[in-house]
Design a protein around this ligand. Structure first.
Ligand code: NAP
Length: 305
């Protein structure tokens, strides 16, 4: 009998994982905040995945975070700013040897989670898959991609990777997960805040090449200083490539602001600026970018943390 996949966070990525695992016949249970959310979920009859215009309903069992059953494997699929509190709410349910897979973007939340559950194995993930909610309990699979998984404390791959293969979840185990997370953070810092400040699609940054280039230089210095030379390699070229390849898209941060949702700024640009301060590295353009972004978030009535 396979180990149950407990999935906390029935949002975009949580649904994308839950429905594919369940479709492959694996045991999956959703962890929902409280009874109200559980009742709403049960009334909907399950999670709906919309893929290439086709929708499918998956009646995956749900439970609240305070159910008594032990958890052996947990996919943490909430936003970075919710991760620590979410894990605290299920910590006492974790069985000895439990494994957590952390899907949060950026850096900072992984360490905060690991500190809350020192006995558990925490595996970090970095994903280029894309999904969004078009209603409660409904998720559109918008962009095929890849998920890298790794554990900075233990290099050995877990046995359940073949379950991801069986579920059609493209993935790769890496011993360099920190490099992946830093690289993605740097790309995000060079692109996303500017799309908010200039209120443009990613391609709009082609009009602001100097600003982008200056940020890439500072981000490269930061990555070197943080012991991540591989994440710094050809950063500017990749930023330009991403801007070009995703020219028609709005960045996730732009979408968050446009939809009046809290951003993950503290785990992206905020994390980068704090790391610079810790290393006594002066990065004036990055610091100024953070201040401009915070001011903009205030203007929109959104939290700046
Ligand atoms: P999302 O759609 O907002 O989903 C987050 C879910 O977590 C929500 O359903 C929320 O529940 C739930 N949640 C939060 N705290 C909880 C708690 N204490 N107990 C139970 N449920 C809780 O977020 P997402 O887009 O999937 O993003 C998750 C992470 O993946 C982020 O760090 C994001 O940057 C990263 N990521 C996302 C994508 C993407 O395409 N979406 C791609 C790559 C990386 P409620 O609905 O009740 O608030």
């Amino acid at each position: 009998m396979s180990t149950t996949w407990h999935i906390l966070g029935a949002g975009s990525l949580g649904t994308l994982w839950a429905t594919r695992l369940a479709r492959a016949g694996l045991p999956v249970r959703l962890l929902l905040r409280d009874r109200t959310r559980l009742q709403a979920y049960q009334a909907a009859g399950g999670l709906t995945l919309i893929e290439q215009g086709q929708s499918s309903l998956h009646p995956i069992p749900g439970e609240t975070c305070d159910s008594p059953q032990p958890i052996h494997r947990l996919l943490l699929a909430c936003k970075a700013y919710d991760a620590e509190a979410a894990v605290a709410s299920i910590a006492k349910r974790l069985a000895p040897g439990a494994e957590l897979i952390l899907l949060q973007n950026g850096l900072g939340s992984q360490d905060a989670v690991a500190a809350k559950v020192p006995e558990a194995r925490c595996i970090a993930a970095s994903s280029t898959e894309g999904a969004f909610r078009d209603g409660d309990w409904r998720v559109v699979f918008a962009g095929h991609g890849y998920t890298w998984l790794g554990d900075t404390a233990h290099p050995g791959a877990p046995i359940w990777l073949d379950e991801l293969t069986a579920s059609g979840i493209p993935h790769e185990w890496t011993t360099q997960i920190l490099t992946r997370l830093w690289r993605k953070l740097a790309l995000n810092c060079a692109i996303n805040p500017l799309t908010v400040l200039h209120d443009c699609r990613n391609g709009g940054l082609q009009q602001h090449q100097c600003e982008v280039a200056t940020l890439c230089i500072e981000l490269g210095e930061l990555l070197q200083c943080c012991g991540q030379p591989d994440a710094a390699r050809d950063l500017q070229q990749e930023v330009e490539r991403v801007i070009h390849a995703t020219a028609a898209n709005f960045s996730s941060m732009h979408q968050d602001v446009a939809n009046r949702r809290r951003t993950e700024i503290s785990y992206l640009l905020g994390y980068a600026c704090n790391a610079a301060v810790r290393h006594q590295l002066a990065l004036p353009h990055l610091q100024r970018l953070q201040q401009r972004l915070k001011d903009q978030l205030h203007l929109h009535g959104l939290p700046s943390d």
